[in-house]
Design a protein around this ligand. Structure first.
Ligand SMILES: [Zn+2]
Length: 303
């Protein structure tokens, strides 16, 4: 069972203060200008909307030479190519490393909240039994989301990774085997995270720019290795606890009750029977949109 949230109450208490501190210190996280009611931007050259978070429109970067056939994305992808790993930590160009944080990001900043932005995230997949239906529902409503994938799932389902990117979603790194990070040696953790980024890069042409610790169990090594690989740590604000299979109506009500401007929602598309998660999405998503929330993606801070 892949419980991602052992400390709901504590995290809820901490979230505002933590985020405000992080955001204030770094000017972190704005929300991309895309509208939740807009198109998801599937396909090449679709709406002209940014293809992913943190996309600097002025960059005008051409498609990577090493990613034939992939849709051109506006991300500064050259910056995120993984380098061969040492035994201790991945090697990466110093100029583009993000700062090493001491806490994960938990929600969107005030300006995103002001426009009723929310982020939907799905962890532990991709799983061919559930992920396609989630992607279908997101597409039906023109909504983008984040998928924090496990390498061991990703390597077997690379077509789903490609579909995610093609449909405008963002892939994050959720380690290879979903371990409890504090129990790992540093080399083991570097392998868990590094291998996962490599699989994503191989599948879609670019490595993840976000990562999330399984069970929300972060440690210093995780922040350091994540930064070394060019990723920002993203946690969540509202946990649907869908992994406990509490019943579709319960999942729906938890998310609707937790909905608020700036909230990051945690759900799962793998790790067990996620039929309830799939069903719930088709209900809470249109309700959130009807309430004026805008499903969006976080934008990376400048580097
Ligand atoms: Zn997880």
């Amino acid at each position: 069972m892949k419980n991602d949230e052992p400390t709901v109450g504590r995290r809820t208490v901490l979230r505002t203060a933590v985020f405000l501190g992080v955001a204030a210190a770094s000017g972190l996280l704005t929300v991309s200008g895309e509208s939740g009611s807009g198109t998801p931007g599937p396909g090449p050259g679709g709406s002209g909307a940014p293809a992913g978070p943190g996309a600097p429109p002025a960059a005008g970067a051409p498609p990577a030479a090493g990613a034939p056939g992939l849709r051109a994305r506006a991300l500064p992808e050259k910056a995120y190519r993984l380098q061969p790993m040492t035994a201790d930590a991945p090697v990466r160009a110093a100029a583009v490393k993000p700062a090493v944080r001491t806490r994960p990001i938990l929600e969107l900043p005030a300006e995103a909240a002001a426009s009723r932005g929310m982020v939907l995230t799905f962890d532990d997949g991709p799983d061919p039994r559930y992920t396609p239906a989630i992607l279908d529902t997101l597409a039906r409503y023109g909504v983008r989301a984040m998928f924090f994938v496990c390498g061991e799932m990703a390597t077997e389902n690379r077509n789903l990774l490609r579909r995610m990117v093609d449909e405008g979603h963002v892939i994050g790194n959720h380690t290879w085997t979903h371990p409890l990070i504090p129990q790992l040696s540093r080399p083991a953790l570097a392998s868990e995270i590094g291998r996962t980024s490599e699989v994503v890069q191989q599948a879609v042409g670019e490595a993840p720019l976000w990562f999330r610790a399984p069970y929300g169990a972060w440690n210093r090594a995780a922040f350091e290795i994540g930064a070394e690989l060019g990723m920002e740590p993203l946690a969540w604000t509202v946990d649907s606890l869908d992994w406990t299979e509490p019943g579709t109506p319960t999942i729906i009500s938890r998310i609707l009750d937790g909905a608020a401007p700036g909230v990051v929602v945690l759900s799962h598309d793998a790790g067990g029977n996620r039929s309830q998660s799939v069903q719930a999405l088709s209900s809470y998503l249109p309700q959130l949109l009807a309430r004026g929330y805008r499903m969006t993606l976080p934008v990376l801070p400048p580097r």
